[in-house]
Design a protein around this ligand. Structure first.
Ligand SMILES: NC(=O)c1ccc[n+]([C@@H]2O[C@H](COP(=O)([O-])OP(=O)(O)OC[C@H]3O[C@@H](n4cnc5c(N)ncnc54)[C@H](OP(=O)(O)O)[C@@H]3O)[C@@H](O)[C@H]2O)c1
Length: 277
C-alpha cells in the first residue's frame, strides 16, 4: 500500500498514542504527514523527528480540533505548503473534561472503581446532563469542525479519504462507567455513515476504525499486569492491541486498496467482545 505523493493530516498525533503511530505508518508508506497537536509542542516534534529519522517527511502544526479558527488556519497552511490534502485522520474527540459529581467509588469492580475515581467516568445514575453533554459535544464538535475544514479542499480534488477513530464502547459496555464515551462514539459512527452517503458523489470516502483496548502510554497506569492478562485471555487473538495494529488499518483506509469502501465500521479488536458467554 504505497502513499507516495499523498498529503495526510493526522489530528492528535503529537503524543504517544494511536495518532502518533498512524502518522509514522502513513509516512513510512510515502505520505507527506502533518502531525497535529494541541499543546505539547516538544512531543509533537519528537514524532516528527522519529519520522524524519526513518526517512519520512513530516512537520507539526498546532491547532485545537474544536476551535474552528485554528483548524481553518491549519488547513490553509497545509494547502499553501503542499497545494492539496488527500487524507485526514481524526483521532481526537475534542476536550474530555473530567466529569464532576459524586465518585464512582464502591461501584463495580475495584479496578474500574479506581480508574473512575481518577478519570471521572460515571454510571448513569451519577452522571449530570452537563457532563454527559460535554463529552458528546466534544466528540462531535471535533469531527464536525475538522471535516468542515477539509471537505472543500477534497471536493476541489474530487478525491479524499476521511478516517475517524471510534471505540468498541460505541457498540455496548465493555467496562463500567463509559456511558458518555460510548454514546459519544456511537454518535460519531452514525455521523460518518451520513458523511459517506453525502460525500461519496464528491469522490470522498469516510470510514471508522474502532479499537477495543489499546496499550498506549497515557493509559498504562490503568492497566496493571493482572488486568492486561485478563483482557488478553478474553481476546481470541490472545493479546491486547498496540497502536501500530490500529495504524495499519488506518493506512488501509487511507490507501487506494480501500478505494471502493465507504461508510465502513472496522473493529480492530483481535476478536474481543465476540463471545456472548
Ligand atoms: N487508547 C485506547 O485504548 C483506545 C481504545 C479505543 C479507542 N480509542 C480512541 O482512539 C483515539 C486516540 O486515542 P489515544 O489513546 O491514542 O489518544 P491520546 O494518546 O490520549 O492522544 C494524545 C494526543 O491528542 C492530542 N489532543 C488532545 N486533545 C486535542 C485537541 N482538542 N486538539 C488537537 N489535539 C488534541 C494531544 O495533544 P497535546 O498533548 O499537545 O494536547 C496528543 O497529541 C481516541 O479517539 C480514543 O477514543 C483509544
Amino acid at each position: 500500500m504505497t502513499l507516495e505523493g499523498k498529503v495526510a493530516l493526522v489530528t492528535g498525533a503529537g503524543g504517544q498514542g494511536i495518532g502518533a503511530a498512524a502518522a509514522r505508518d502513513l509516512a513510512a508508506r510515502g505520505a507527506q504527514v502533518v502531525v497535529n497537536y494541541r499543546s505539547n509542542q516538544q512531543r509533537a516534534q519528537e514524532v516528527v523527528e522519529s519520522i524524519q529519522a526513518a526517512g519520512g517527511n513530516a512537520h507539526a502544526i498546532q491547532a485545537d480540533v474544536i476551535d474552528e479558527g485554528q483548524v481553518l488556519r491549519m488547513v490553509e497552511e497545509i494547502v499553501e505548503r503542499y497545494g492539496r490534502l488527500d487524507i485526514m485522520v481524526s483521532t481526537k474527540g475534542g476536550h474530555v473534561p473530567p466529569i464532576a459529581g459524586p465518585r464512582f467509588a464502591g461501584k463495580g469492580e475495584g479496578h474500574f472503581a479506581a480508574i473512575a475515581a481518577r478519570v471521572g467516568t460515571r454510571p448513569f445514575t451519577e452522571l449530570s446532563w452537563e457532563a454527559f453533554a460535554a463529552r458528546v459535544n466534544g466528540e462531535l464538535q471535533a469531527a464536525f469542525t475538522i471535516t468542515k475544514a477539509v471537505v472543500p479542499v477534497m471536493e476541489r480534488q474530487h478525491a479524499g479519504r476521511l478516517i475517524y477513530l471510534s471505540s468498541e464502547h460505541s457498540r455496548g459496555p465493555a467496562a463500567p462507567g463509559m456511558i458518555a464515551n460510548g454514546a459519544a462514539k456511537a454518535a460519531l459512527n452514525t455521523f460518518v455513515v451520513y458523511l459517506a452517503h453525502e460525500l461519496g458523489p464528491l469522490g470522498i470516502t469516510a470510514n471508522v476504525v474502532s479499537p477495543a483496548m489499546v496499550q498506549v502510554q497515557a493509559t498504562r497506569w490503568m492497566q496493571p499486569a493482572a488486568f492486561l492478562e485478563r483482557v488478553a485471555s478474553a481476546t481470541p487473538l490472545g493479546r491486547i492491541a498496540q497502536p501500530e495494529d490500529v495504524a495499519r488499518v488506518i493506512a488501509f483506509f487511507a490507501s487506494d486498496d480501500s478505494a471502493f469502501m465507504t461508510g465502513v465500521y472496522a473493529p480492530v479488536t483481535g476478536g474481543f467482545g465476540l463471545a456472548r458467554l
